[in-house]
Design a protein around this ligand. Structure first.
Ligand code: SIN
Length: 485
């Protein structure tokens, strides 16, 4: 168990209707530290009954919450933000214990997650009705924005805090209760955040956390007509399944799904900047990020120089437990993740790839060393599948048209990155890349004020920015006739 200033933040329980349902170690789900396999704690294996109880309580709590003014709701959301920052050291330690990422990265994620709470506490105050032009003198038309209603939030293990706040903060600010199903690998960060929401004064029926295996909880959400909205971050396969399950109740869905991000380095790029940004994009969270560069496409004229500089930077990475000082690559989430990374590397080497550089540190257990693979080809698994690990494959290209064809040769369309100093090319390429997010001369695209989401099989809807709260709002046209002049 992590050492905490406030040990009560580590809740071995689910949160349903304002009550903490304690885990029974005999029947509960054990959560292990991916760095060493030690037990972090247990959470209950909730199923249909607990999920339904949470839905019923959310439905009951909704009218009072939606009737509050936006200012009243957002003041409580803002208080939640303050408590998250006050408890940052404990939240980060809980996250590193269950997820594995280096502690400074976990601290960064808590700040990142708090930024969504603050942003939506502010955006919530700006949601408003608008008048539209009337076709008749005695009629007025007002377009109202109303909360969509109880929202199911299903989140992944790679960003155990930010994926929750990016969905829950806009939902709560808009006037919707939330029922969270966190990943079974990282429930404790979610539970601590929910505890802080209660301490902030957000009423008990508004935030629920049902821990357990995904299938039964997801199916209960999908089948319930009272769940008006489902927001999911995870794989395209599960996203498609949830979308099919939600069809029967015509539920609003937001899906942030898999990616296969290209990162293109053109011949005129500032190579120092390109290497620095590639390191940020590729190795954040040990490469376990949907928006990580998965394929690095490098112009032949600068390929060897870029590869050498990237190799030097990668050699300085150090795989170690996230609590250890100097760790820059934490363990992967579990053995299956390590097996996938190893299989991608082995497949690349079988097909003619070469390991050009490798990071240091641990390579046992759930640790995978960071590697740069040269001579990558499009028939390798790492070209078409998301590796979700610290592997940087370099593909060569000869001209812009070829780079764009390679970049877009994927059913996914989440993030893409490119490096150039040519302004005309910047616009041409940004407009031609098939992705919901395009980054020029930077490796970071995730921030509270910018819309985040994908096209093609990378998903539906946007989180963050001004679009993020619209996902939790319905539009109602209010017509008023017979007005006397
Ligand atoms: C993700 O991997 O799904 C989210 C990454 C981010 O917010 O940067």
């Amino acid at each position: 168990m992590p050492q905490l200033r406030d040990p009560s933040l580590l809740r071995e329980a689910a949160l349903v209707a304002g009550a903490w349902l304690a885990a029974d170690p005999g029947t509960g789900i054990a959560v292990d530290n991916p760095a060493d396999g030690s037990l972090v704690g247990h959470v209950p294996a909730c199923g249909r009954a607990e999920t339904q109880a949470a839905i019923d309580a959310a439905m009951a709590a909704w009218p009072e919450w939606r009737a509050r003014t936006a200012g009243e709701r957002c003041a409580l959301v803002e208080r939640w933000h303050a408590l998250v920052l006050e408890n940052l050291p404990d939240l980060a330690r809980i996250m590193t214990a269950e997820q594995g990422k280096p502690l400074p990265e976990a601290e960064g994620e808590i700040r990142y997650s708090a930024s969504f709470i603050k942003w939506f506490a502010e955006e919530g105050r700006r949601v408003g009705a608008r008048n539209v032009t009337s076709p008749e003198r005695d009629r007025r038309i007002i377009v109202l924005a109303e909360p969509v209603g109880p929202s199911a939030i299903i989140t992944p293990w790679n960003f155990p805090a930010a994926m929750i706040t990016r969905k829950c903060a806009p939902a709560l600010a808009a006037g919707c209760p939330v029922i969270i199903k966190p990943s079974e690998f990282t429930p404790f960060t979610a539970l601590a955040l929910a505890d802080l929401a209660l301490r902030a004064g957000i009423p008990p029926g508004l935030v629920h956390v049902v821990t357990g295996t995904p299938q039964e909880i997801g199916a209960t959400f999908a089948a319930s007509p009272d769940v008006r909205k489902l927001s999911f971050t995870g794989s395209t396969r599960v996203g498609a399944l949830l979308m099919r399950q939600c069809a029967d109740t015509i539920k609003r869905v937001s899906l942030e799904l898999g990616g296969n991000a290209p990162l293109i380095v053109f011949e005129d790029a500032d190579l120092d900047l390109a290497v620095k940004a590639t390191m940020v994009s590729k190795f954040r969270n040990s490469g376990q990020t949907c928006v990580c560069a998965n394929r690095i496409l490098v112009h032949a004229a600068i390929h060897d120089e870029f590869a050498a500089r990237l190799g030097t930077a990668v050699a300085a990475l150090h795989a170690a437990p996230g609590m250890e000082a100097g760790s820059t690559i934490g363990p992967l989430i579990n053995a299956a993740a390590v097996a996938k990374v190893s299989a991608h590397v082995a497949d690349a080497l079988d097909k003619g790839g070469r390991i050009l550089a490798a990071g240091g540190g641990r390579k046992d257990g759930n640790f995978a060393r960071a590697v740069v693979i040269a001579d990558a080809r499009t028939d390798m698994r790492l070209a078409s599948e998301e590796t979700f690990g610290p592997v940087a494959p370099l593909f060569r290209f000869e001209d812009e048209a070829q780079a764009l064809a390679m970049a877009n040769d994927t059913p996914y369309g989440l993030a893409s990155y490119f490096y150039t100093r040519d302004l005309s090319r910047a616009f041409r390429v940004a407009e031609a890349l098939e992705a919901g997010m395009v980054a020029l001369n930077t490796g970071s695209i995730a921030m509270e004020m910018a819309p985040f989401g994908g096209i093609k099989q990378s998903g539906l809807g946007r989180e963050g920015g001004t679009a993020g709260i619209e996902e939790y709002l319905e539009t109602k046209a209010f017509h008023i006739g017979g007005l006397e002049r």
